[in-house]
Unconditional design. Structure first.
Length: 173
């Protein structure tokens, strides 16, 4: 190997080592996440098409710059021109009680000053994949007109679920 080849090889090794040093590993909830050091916003969850339950989901992010507020947005498309939810938050998380449609992809983003972080999530079709008979705990009120009181009655019974096209049918005897 001549001097020029060995010098070029050393320079390439140095550049590749330098490139790897630009990354930083952040530990969040006992998980290591590789991030780029210059980024102000890091989305924690949900990310990369995570499957979520239809209701009550938690969105979390991290910021290297403690800004006073964050703009949190959920959309039906990646261009964010079909907005489902848009708000200003002062915390680095949001607990959503929004009922999302199953088997649909959603997009979410957080904006802080001039930095934007985006990701996607999908909703599981929990009931749509259930067919058959299931045991369920049922609670109902029984109104007694003569005494003017109601009694709570709880019991276990069988319910049926089946899917026909896009409709889910619920059967209860």
């Amino acid at each position: 190997m001549n001097k020029i080849s060995s010098t070029l090889l050393i320079i390439l090794i140095f550049i590749s080592c330098k490139k790897n040093n630009d990354k930083k590993v952040v530990k969040i909830d006992d998980k290591k996440i590789d991030t780029i050091q210059d980024s102000q916003l890091i989305l924690i969850s949900p990310i990369n098409d995570t499957l979520l339950l239809p209701c009550c989901n938690s969105f979390k992010w991290k910021s290297n710059n403690d800004s006073s507020n964050y703009r949190f947005t959920i959309s039906q498309n990646s261009r964010f021109d079909t907005i489902l939810f848009d708000t200003i938050l002062y915390a680095k998380n949001y607990f959503s009680k929004f009922n999302f449609q199953p088997e649909k992809k959603y997009f979410w983003r957080v904006i802080q000053d001039s930095d934007t972080a985006k990701s996607t999530f999908q909703i599981k079709n929990v009931i749509g994949n259930m067919n058959g008979l299931f045991v369920a705990s049922i609670s109902k009120y029984n109104w007694e007109m003569t005494q003017g009181i109601s009694n709570l009655i709880s019991f276990d019974d069988t319910i049926g679920l089946y899917k026909e096209g896009n409709k889910i049918h619920f059967i209860y005897g």
